[in-house]
Design a protein around this ligand. Structure first.
Ligand SMILES: N[C@@H](CCC(=O)N[C@@H](CS)C(=O)NCC(=O)O)C(=O)O
Length: 221
């Protein structure tokens, strides 16, 4: 464990290309919290090792260790961070704004990301005989329908600023940016969703987002 002088630095079990790990890195950076990355290499099945399963019994990244506390599931960890480190807030002050942020985040977190997750794609190949073209069609469908909906929601929001909701980054941006990164990896030109592309570009100018990018991680190879 590393100490920053007063407290023990949190450890983030993370894989550089994992969208859920990417979310956590952005949230931690926005909050200005110190953390150490512990790489978990999904390609070598490190997430299924006995030692990692003791932390996260599903064998999924990320996990956040804070002293004796082990936190799992990125939405739960992000909410915990928001509650324990409320400044800067990643949720708007008003209930309507918070509902909007949660809805945008849920489109990514519930309706796009889980369907394109590695273990789901492995099951499609292994148990249902899907070839590479079928798997690509599957992924494309969920990204397209989710991004079409987000683009429409952004277009309809007349009070929108630089980010998904308002003029400061919120959890909606924390969820969206890693999904944009993933869509690019799946071969999409994100310019076809101009408002999503603009939010992504605005976020990229912030150090908290730039430092969280997969390419900037110690395990990026
Ligand atoms: N709902 C979980 C999902 C975590 C998740 O799916 N993580 C992926 C990486 S983005 C993973 O570990 N996949 C391993 C696998 O599918 O084998 C969360 O948000 O923490």
């Amino acid at each position: 464990m590393i100490s920053d002088g007063e407290s023990v630095v949190m450890q983030l079990y993370s894989f550089f290309r994992s969208g859920t790990s990417h979310r956590l890195r952005i949230a931690l950076n926005l909050k200005g919290l110190a953390y150490e990355i512990v790489p978990v290499d999904l390609r070598s099945e490190a997430h299924r090792s006995a030692s990692y399963l003791k932390l996260q019994p599903q064998g999924l990244v990320p996990a956040l260790v804070d002293g004796d506390r082990v936190l799992i599931q990125s939405p739960a960890i992000i909410e915990w961070l928001e509650e324990t480190h409320p400044t800067p807030a990643l949720m708007p002050a008003d209930a309507d704004g918070r509902a909007r942020v949660r809805a945008l985040a849920a489109i990514v977190g519930c309706d796009i990301h889980p369907l394109n997750n590695r273990r789901v794609l492995q099951a499609l190949r292994r148990d249902f005989g899907a070839d590479s073209a079928a798997v690509q069609r599957w992924c494309d469908a969920w990204i397209e329908s989710g991004f079409d909906a987000i683009e429409k929601l952004l277009a309809d929001d007349t009070r929108r600023g630089r980010y998904c909701v308002g003029d400061a980054p919120t959890l909606a941006d924390v969820y969206l940016v890693p999904q944009v990164e993933s869509a690019r990896r799946f071969g999409f030109n994100v310019a076809r969703w101009p408002r999503i592309a603009a939010v992504d570009a605005a976020c990229a100018t912030l150090e908290a987002f730039a430092r969280a990018a997969p390419a900037r991680q110690p395990d990026a190879v």
